[in-house]
Design a binder for this molecule. Structure first.
Ligand SMILES: [Zn+2]
Length: 203
């Protein structure tokens, strides 16, 4: 057996890493000093062990409440709904949004066994009932799952008479928020538009 095989098999589990990249990374690891490899391995284990989920928005956090929910500088009347914590990272990098977040934990996808009850929708409704939000912004990937989730949530939130907005996209269908470049995402946030259920009347 190739002595690097066990490491290559582990590295191949990482997203975007195929056989060749795994091999390259394995040789890179061999080129590092023993101390640096130990530090890297410890950082991975420590990070995984210390990360928990914010009790309010379900973002990843080192404490019970994440740094965004505990900040005094955020606009608490604006709630941005995202599928995953990685979407918060992408939006925060743009500095174009100053409100707080709610992480659903995925998107509705019956084929993959993800139903509304598997997501943090009950918690979302509770937050909306217990707080005063002037705006709810859907920052959800433009995809079949994203669109059906937005549609489902829009009808669920209808009785609350909120100003529901969604990102204006310069992004093609099926693209990921966390892969969007910062300029495109900043534009999508600044030009967000209201979702209306009514059909516009033609002149
Ligand atoms: Zn939070």
């Amino acid at each position: 057996m190739n002595p690097l095989d066990p490491l290559i098999q582990e590295l191949k589990k990482w997203p975007g890493i195929g056989e060749k990249s795994a091999q390259r990374l394995a040789f890179f690891l061999l080129s590092l000093k023993q101390n640096d490899v130990t530090k890297m391995a410890h950082t991975m284990v420590d990070t995984r062990d210390s990360i928990k989920y914010c009790k309010d928005c379900f973002n990843i956090s080192l404490h019970d409440q994440c740094h965004i929910c505990s900040s005094t500088k955020r606009d608490r009347a604006s709630l941005c709904i995202v599928a995953e914590p990685k979407d918060i990272f992408a939006i925060e990098k743009t500095h174009a949004y100053t409100g707080i977040y709610h992480v659903l934990g995925g998107l509705i996808s019956p084929l993959d066994g993800v139903h509304p009850e598997s997501l943090r929708i009950k918690e979302l409704i509770q937050r909306i009932q217990n707080n005063t939000f002037h705006e709810v912004l859907f920052a959800i990937n433009p995809s079949i799952e994203g669109d059906s989730t937005s549609l489902y949530l829009t009808s669920l939130l209808e009785p609350f008479k909120l100003n529901i907005t969604k990102l204006a996209y310069g992004l093609p269908m099926g693209s990921d928020i966390d892969y969007a470049d910062e300029i495109t995402l900043t534009k999508a946030i600044s030009a967000r538009r209201e979702i209306t259920n009514s059909i516009p009347i033609m002149p």
